[in-house]
Design a protein around this ligand. Sequence first.
Ligand SMILES: Cc1cc2nc3c(=O)[nH]c(=O)nc-3n(C[C@H](O)[C@H](O)[C@H](O)COP(=O)(O)OP(=O)(O)OC[C@H]3O[C@@H](n4cnc5c(N)ncnc54)[C@H](O)[C@@H]3O)c2cc1C
Length: 472
Amino acid sequence: MARVAIAGAGLAGLSCAKYLIDAGHIPIVLERRDVLGGKVAAWKDADGDWYETGLHVFFGAYPNMLQLLKELGIEDRLQWKEHTMIFNQPENPGTYSRFDFPDLPAPLNGVMAILRNNDMLTWSEKIRFGLGLIPAMIKGQQYVEEMDKYSWSEWMQKQNIPKRVEKEVFIAMSKALNFINPDEISATVVLTALNRFLQEKNGSKMAFLDGSPTERLCQPIVDYITARGGIVRLNAPVKEFLLSADKTVRGFLIRGLNGAADEVVTADVYVSAMPVDPLKAMLPQAWREMEFFKKLEGLEGVPVINIHLWFDRKLTDIDHLLFSRSPLLSVYADMSNTCQGYANPHRSMLELVLAPAKDWISKSDEEIVEATMAELKKLFPHHLATSEPARLLKYHVVKTPRSVYKATPGRQQYRPSQVTPIANFFLTGDYTMQRYLASMEGAVLSGKLTAQAIERALPIAKNAQPVAAFSG
Ligand SMILES: Cc1cc2nc3c(=O)[nH]c(=O)nc-3n(C[C@H](O)[C@H](O)[C@H](O)COP(=O)(O)OP(=O)(O)OC[C@H]3O[C@@H](n4cnc5c(N)ncnc54)[C@H](O)[C@@H]3O)c2cc1C
């Protein structure tokens, strides 16, 4: 049995701890903030309304997330939606265009969804797009990885796919996948998503959690861990990795809050489940010249903003994710329809992702909401551009200046393995190398891979150490 100290209680850190417990080890998770979940964290306001770091959608193509929910006995908390993708039509305000996936095997259901949509693409565009995709479908993941040298715009041009396909469909898709535009996003990212969506029957089927991710997803993982002898501590920021003379970790130094003294937490194995940006800042001097850690410089979080608007009436009854196709916004949903825990039959609560956010991240909440409302007039003209428009009752804006790593061309080579050159130090997180993108699925899978790597590195000893041995 190994004692494993994990810095960070996002999905990767929690998943790692869960699978370590299953393998008979004892994790102690140390989270900097007073809230679980990292990029899925959520808070309750004074009225009891939840607001979140991000509008989060789960996909059929998330096997590790679905397996985790099943193991926790909470898979019924995912509210599956109709198998469709719905896009706003900017040239026809207030209307929608749908890609409906029929109940047929993959890839036929995806092909049919594309062929049957006549609002967004012409037949010739659909055919040229389909032909362009053939190499990715035939040659598989190796080809997809090789395309990391191109941006999505460059790749589409190389495949002779008309520019209009990018404008109509893939600006929305790139913004949804990585909060950036097609001329910035790596072709590998979009092709990976398309491959999953086209090769798995329910790959693109979407679900919403039935409440806040902190309460409905992270807390059950914590309960599972603590019921089996693990520890999860909030308000426990790791300040420094303390090293031994041989450069291995001898402890995590935890910053004492509110005047308390700093504390050293010791364990057999140490894991960083922090995002890549704070990890880079915390690397000990003795590790900085190592090629493995130097490569982390190639990764950096991308800014994104999540906006919540409460209205005095219903703006839509659509119970699904919507691709806004607006220059300012990415995807959005009326959470009063999509999420049971936020349900309201009389009033809409729109949750919207603003991306790309680099020009907005330093603006005030008021400016952001004002610009969003101007965009919404185009999306909901019947409710917002009338003589008696719906009234905005309140809002919350959550800014994440460095969210998931910015997946521009060439980034794949910088993504580290979970195993590091330091024998007792491992990495986990959505940015580490795993076959899914920087996503909830990627985070959960990375946590599992890290737990497996630790398990391989440390055969289980028969006699358990008391949990109290954690504190130094
Ligand atoms: C707006 C938005 C929308 C998104 N939409 C989707 C979606 O629809 N579908 C999807 O699959 N994914 C989505 N994602 C991505 C998804 O949220 C992330 O990929 C995933 O949650 C990352 O998990 P992680 O554990 O790797 O990192 P994080 O969640 O960032 O966790 C890292 C943790 O480390 C902690 N930490 C940092 N420094 C320290 C320290 N010094 N000591 C201790 N702890 C520390 C942080 O506080 C945090 O809790 C979205 C993200 C955002 C921001």
